[in-house]
Design a protein around this ligand. Structure first.
Ligand SMILES: Cc1cc2nc3c(=O)[nH]c(=O)nc-3n(C[C@H](O)[C@H](O)[C@H](O)COP(=O)(O)O)c2cc1C
Length: 325
């Protein structure tokens, strides 16, 4: 399939694996890229520029296809070495960067000079337009369904995607709630040039996470996510568990007095315990409502080939059938 996104990034299929904390290692990105999608290494997970440079080199050993690096801008006390991370991305020859979390204006000139394409993840039309106006090449439009940070507007993709299509000139991919060929065709119908998936890619054979995480996603239904940290205006969609229910209890108790320190035990530094050790009650971890559509743990190639085959069947049979009838 050829879209503005496959052309821009030099990939076979219009399917991107969004950056994911403690999931986006070289194994994940290479598996997606080798299957014809766009794999993405998560910059901040690596910690330092040296470690990110090493991860980029490892990924290059595993694939000769294009892959990207995610650079998330977070409100943190100890800011990561962003200039160092930008430097190793450029020196490592990476040609695609997914930015998220905040306006990427400060890093854009460096990437532009180096010929790096930037796709910025946005949860609203106004942020997408801002990204377009500052020179981003594409946007990833993340609806209310998404795992991770859906923003504070709560607009689901059935509304957000056509709204984005009406306003944007640069290409965009639909993100949040995407799982299969139906998601891809629906997104294309609403004006997107491809899809971005997070949660679905965690439940794959190659995802470098503990088996418990994959099993938890397969076992979960669309009712099993919760929104946390809303009072801090840092809303995150996570899989429910004992720690998350405790976190919600604290949020309710503290009301508008809630401070980050009150919930630090449930959110800070929990990812390695969950993703690496499989301690599923260690804290809050991002997961999308799309868990309700995930029932298996295929290889990335099986997943992507299946999505493309189903999309083609829907377009050529089901939809074409309506037209001929
Ligand atoms: C476990 C997990 C960790 C994530 N970490 C990040 C991150 O560090 N930076 C980022 O930009 N997005 C992150 N995301 C969001 C994904 O890149 C993607 O936008 C989102 O998962 C799409 O929604 P879906 O899960 O419904 O496919 C994360 C998502 C998950 C599920």
């Amino acid at each position: 399939m050829k879209t503005r996104i496959t052309e821009m990034f030099g990939i076979e299929h219009p399917i991107i694996q969004g950056g994911m904390h403690y999931v986006g290692f070289a194994e994940m990105a290479a598996a997606v890229s080798n299957a014809g999608g766009l794999g993405i290494i998560t910059g901040l997970t690596q910690g330092t520029p040296e470690k990110l440079a090493n991860e980029i080199a490892r990924c290059k050993d595993m694939t000769d296809k294009p892959f990207g690096v995610n650079l998330t801008f977070l409100p943190t006390v100890n800011a990561p070495d962003y200039p160092g991370l930008v430097r190793v991305i450029i020196e490592g020859g990476v040609k695609i960067v997914e930015t998220a979390g905040n306006n990427p204006a400060q890093v854009l000139p460096y990437f532009k000079d180096a010929g790096v394409k930037v796709i910025h993840k946005c949860t609203s039309v106004r942020h997408s337009l801002k990204a377009q106006s500052i020179g981003c090449d594409a946007v990833s439009v993340d609806g209310f369904e998404c795992g991770g940070h859906p923003g504070e507007d709560d607009i689901p993709n059935m509304i957000l995607l056509p709204r984005a299509a009406d306003e944007l000139e640069i290409p965009f991919v639909a993100s949040g709630g995407m799982a299969d060929g139906r998601s891809l065709v629906a997104s294309l119908a609403m004006g997107a040039d491809g899809i971005n998936m997070g949660t679905r890619f965690i439940a794959t054979k190659e995802a470098p996470v503990h088996e418990n995480v994959k099993k938890a996603i397969v076992a979960a239904s669309e009712l099993d996510t919760r929104l946390v940290m809303r009072p801090l205006r840092n809303t995150e969609r996570v899989m429910t568990n004992d720690a998350v229910e405790e976190l919600l209890r604290i949020e309710k108790e503290k009301g508008s007095d809630l401070k980050f320190e009150d919930i630090i035990e449930q959110v800070a530094g929990v990812y390695p315990r969950i993703m690496t050790e499989g301690d599923m009650d260690a804290g809050a971890w991002s997961c999308g409502m799309v868990a309700g559509l995930i029932h298996d743990i295929p290889t990335c190639k099986e997943l992507i080939d299946g999505i493309m085959a189903q999309a083609e069947e829907i377009i050529t049979k089901r939809l074409a059938g309506f037209q001929n009838a």
